[in-house]
Ligand binder design. Structure first.
Ligand SMILES: [Zn+2]
Length: 192
């Protein structure tokens, strides 16, 4: 494990923790704290450095920095406006961390919200932007189906893309992660 692995794992830990604390704060201010475990064993497979295994988040530390640096080599998909492929910004590890954290916190929320509230290929959200994201994930999963439970992964992937695009837009306006955490938590959803 390198120092970089710990640095990245800690940033993920912090981001998940901050988002989770807002999403799982109910009206009475009662907090259902999450357990986030930094695992020092190698990940179960090379694409699987983080998972939500009810009721715990697991972050596999060895090799996580290299994994995210490789994953950040593509472009960030922006769906709000019709960007041409060549105009899309490059992904960054920071953006990926936000996407992964939102994805995993949504997996936790899936245990508390009814299945018919999850995003799915047949749902048509009233929000035009979310509808674009749903259609995009539908196409993506058509060519590259997810491992694990299709419905769970579809729903979490929609949240992941929406969170990354929101984060990117906010950073363009000079905002930092800390100030937009509550808005990202709103994208993930709320306890019923
Ligand atoms: Zn997932």
């Amino acid at each position: 494990m390198s120092a970089d692995d710990w640095k990245i794992a800690n940033r993920l830990f912090q981001t998940i923790g901050s988002l989770d604390r807002i999403v799982f704060l109910d009206e009475d201010g009662y907090l259902m704290p999450a357990t986030i475990v930094l695992v020092t064993n190698p990940p179960p497979d090379e694409d699987h450095f983080i998972e939500y295994s009810h009721p715990e988040y697991h972050i596999f530390v060895p090799g996580i920095a290299k994994h995210l640096q490789n994953a950040a080599k593509g472009n960030l998909i922006l769906l709000a406006e019709n960007f041409k492929l060549q105009d899309l910004p490059v992904l960054t590890v920071d953006t990926l961390i936000v996407g992964i954290a939102a994805h995993e916190v949504r997996h936790r929320l899936q245990h508390f919200i009814p299945k018919n509230c999850w995003f799915s290929p047949d749902c048509s959200p009233k929000d035009g932007y979310m509808e674009k994201v749903v259609k995009f994930v539908d196409r993506l999963f058509h060519y590259d189906p997810p491992r694990g439970d299709f419905n769970k992964e579809f729903d979490a992937k929609v949240i992941e893309f929406a969170a990354m695009e929101y984060y990117w837009k906010a950073t363009q306006k000079g905002k930092n992660l800390k100030t937009i955490i509550p808005l990202l938590a709103e994208i993930i959803g709320k306890l019923p």
